[in-house]
Design a protein around this ligand. Structure first.
Ligand SMILES: Cc1ncc(COP(=O)(O)O)c(C=O)c1O
Length: 423
């Protein structure tokens, strides 16, 4: 594994941000976000494109609004994400809800013209009861999926996401029962998608669309691979999208139906737009047969991907000391949990894999790159009562740092606790 380098910060910026805002903190780069939004909005399409930001990837309002200001719509994964987007001032007709759970209250969804994407036959029923005669999208599990690990694969028989493709007739009948018009179809097969699998699923989805005349939009989800580590190869959206565009054109020739395309990336838009700044607080050695550990002031409370999936994130050591040698380290997070390791073996969180870094000492900083997606928004929040880290955005115009989420206080962590009188 080659030594990684910073993606959008300079070493001087790391030192000054750490001193101004403290660590741990997330830093997002607005210029990278804008650049990625432009790439996504240029996705090849035959008859129009709506690109949604899967806001679960990083739900901070400054990130969400930067992307929606570029023209992206929103993919929400729970009713609470819908409320959060509405509260951020995003109009309901630019939001689509695709969720595992039914909203407790459909009226907010319906009253705000949020589009509902049913992921099960039960969801069609529930929505049909709340909004008979309305329009609906259906999420279909096409029978195959793709993911860098099983935990990020959301298609195929081992996945509960979407209506199983063989139950399509029942889904259509259920929609009919409630006078629901199915106008959109959705698939999302998983993160880390192989472009070949993605293309195949697009073709399978078009076949399903051909069975439902009322569908005018096909949403092919997200899952485009990014290169966090130097040796990884990112999906080229132009290469990935072009054959799909051709298939849409072929479909139009054969059926006379010009389908609108939707895509909804999360990772692609934000992964490399964010980094975590953390301080090395201790150094431990476990003898000849052991390891050199660097202990840092963040961990699963900021980034769960390595301990959950064995995911690899670039780690860069920043120090005021110049001309350093290199050394191999295991990076241990600050949680009282032996699995809180930031340098697992690729794809295997059970194993440790030492990482070569510039020689690092207590008081130096590590920058964990590739932390814009599924980090701040997907952490073991408040474990060991660690407060949520601050979030900072570097603006595209003046390259200045702005606090976009304050560091949480202990009082905020415990504010909803109640001590009953009998204790
Ligand atoms: C329905 C849906 N759409 C979009 C996404 C975004 O995927 P990614 O962040 O891999 O692009 C996800 C992620 O799980 C998803 O479940």
């Amino acid at each position: 594994m080659s030594i990684e380098s910073l993606k959008f910060l300079s070493s001087e910026q790391v030192l000054s941000l750490a001193s101004e805002f403290g660590t741990p903190c997330f830093v997002y780069d607005q210029s990278t976000l804008i650049e990625k939004a432009k790439q996504v909005l240029a996705f090849p399409n035959a008859f129009g494109l709506t690109a949604r930001y899967a806001m679960k990837a990083c739900p901070n309002i400054a990130v969400v609004k930067t992307l929606t200001n570029q023209g992206l719509h929103i993919d929400a994964s729970s009713e609470f994400e819908v409320y959060r987007a509405l509260k951020a001032g995003i109009s309901g007709d630019k939001i689509q809800l695709t969720a595992q759970e039914h909203p407790a209250d459909f009226s907010i969804i319906i009253d705000n013209n949020v589009f509902y994407n049913a992921c099960s036959i039960e969801q069609i029923k529930q929505y049909g009861k709340a909004n008979p005669g309305g329009e609906i999208s259906i999420r279909v599990n096409p029978g195959m999926g793709s993911g860098s690990t099983n935990r990020t694969n959301v298609g195929g028989p081992a996945s509960s996401f979407g209506i199983w493709y063989e139950q399509l007739d029942e889904a259509i009948a259920t929609a009919k029962e409630h006078q629901l018009k199915i106008t959109k179809m959705h698939t999302h097969i998983g993160s880390g998608s192989d472009p070949e699998v993605w293309k195949k699923v697009a073709l399978m989805s078009l076949e399903t669309v051909s069975k439902i005349d009322s569908i005018h939009t096909l949403n092919l989800g997200g899952g485009y691979k990014v290169a966090r580590m130097q040796e990884e190869v990112a999906t080229d959206l132009q290469i990935c999208g072009e054959p799909v565009k051709e298939e849409f054109e072929k479909f139009a020739e054969e059926t006379g139906r010009q389908l609108h395309l939707e895509i909804e990336p999360g990772t692609y838009l934000v992964a490399n737009s964010g980094a975590i700044l953390t301080t090395v607080v201790d150094k431990i050695n476990t003898g000849k047969a052991g390891y050199n550990f660097l202990k840092i002031d963040c961990g699963m409370t900021e980034v769960t991907r390595p301990s959950l999936y064995g995911a690899q994130q670039p780690i860069i050591s920043i120090s005021k000391v110049e001309n350093r040698n290199t050394e191999e380290y295991i990076i241990a997070g600050h949680c009282c949990e032996s699995g809180d390791i930031l340098t697992p073996a690729p794809g295997d969180p059970e194993k440790l894999q030492p990482r070569e870094l510039s020689t690092t000492d207590k008081g130096d900083f590590l920058v964990i790159e590739g932390s814009g997606a599924y980090c701040a928004g997907m952490s073991t929040k408040n474990y060991n009562s660690f407060p949520e880290a601050a979030e900072i955005l570097i603006d595209a115009k003046n390259k200045e740092a702005h606090l976009v989420r304050k560091r949480q206080t202990l009082d905020q962590i415990i504010q909803n606790e109640i001590l009953p009188e009998f204790i």
